[in-house]
Design a protein around this ligand. Structure first.
Ligand SMILES: [Cu+2]
Length: 248
């Protein structure tokens, strides 16, 4: 009897604290390279806490909500971790994490990394899906194909802690010495997007350029097309700030 009660309590406890850990950045054992989340396609019921662990080093990544049809742009009203910079030479005293709780498991939740340096992480495959259907038109594979085919430049507008179908109650943490958290966008947000809690352009900070020894450096991205693309002048300003940070 006591044994049964004990087992029931244990089952309730695990149901109450369901957790999925997603490694952000390099995860050598999964074979997907440095621009990835591992796992990147999984199911999670309401109340499940998704813990994004920014352990990939070096790394400068985000977890940003998007949509199936526009995989590399922030979804208006969507969640956003902000950029988390991890230096090339750990160890850090702690690993920054971000806990996102599922609030609506009835619809797929799509996300991506909005970092554009040294190349666009999203179109390089840094995307993820929670509760994507296994069959039909909106599968993870179809989302992946959309991301690879993405044209233009991912919008750098900042989302909020509370997203659509999932939300966080706190920013990324801890942020130990050597790591950095940038929670605002360095560029004006496209007029076609209404980011839920974006900060004023004057208060934003550019994320540092990531130095990825294993990734070939690319030249500055060409001017994108479409309403959400960065303008050339914005891009130059962004690059200047990024380079300034590296040289500082
Ligand atoms: Cu990334």
């Amino acid at each position: 009897m006591l044994f049964t009660i004990g087992l029931t309590a244990l089952a309730l406890a695990s149901a109450a604290f369901a957790q999925t850990v997603v490694v952000v950045g390099s995860a050598p054992t999964s074979g997907g390279g440095i621009f990835q989340y591992a796992p990147n396609n999984f199911k999670a019921t309401n109340g499940t806490v998704i813990t994004f662990r920014f352990s990939g080093a070096p790394g400068n990544h985000t977890v940003t909500q998007s949509t199936f049809s526009d995989p590399c742009n922030p979804r208006p009203g969507g969640f956003d971790s902000g950029w988390v910079f991890i230096p090339a030479s750990p160890p850090l005293s702690a690993t920054p994490e971000w806990n996102l709780t599922i609030t609506d498991d009835s619809k797929p939740i799509w996300f991506y990394c909005k970092q554009i340096l040294p190349s666009f992480h999203c179109s390089s495959g840094m995307i993820g899906a929670i509760n994507a259907p296994a069959t039909g038109d909106n599968t993870f594979a179809a989302f992946q194909a959309n991301a690879k085919a993405f044209k233009g430049t991912p919008n750098q507008g900042e989302g909020g802690l509370v997203g659509i179908g999932a939300s966080a109650s706190a920013p990324v943490g801890p942020v130990p010495s050597g790591a950095h958290l940038y929670t605002a966008a360095p560029l004006p947000i496209s007029s076609t997007l209404s980011i839920s809690s974006g900060k004023a352009a004057s208060t934003v900070t550019a994320p540092p350029m990531t130095s990825l020894a294993s990734t070939p450096a690319t030249s500055a991205p060409a001017k994108g097309s479409g309403a959400s693309a960065l303008s050339t002048s914005s891009l130059v300003a962004f690059m200047a700030v990024a380079v300034g940070f590296v040289l500082a």
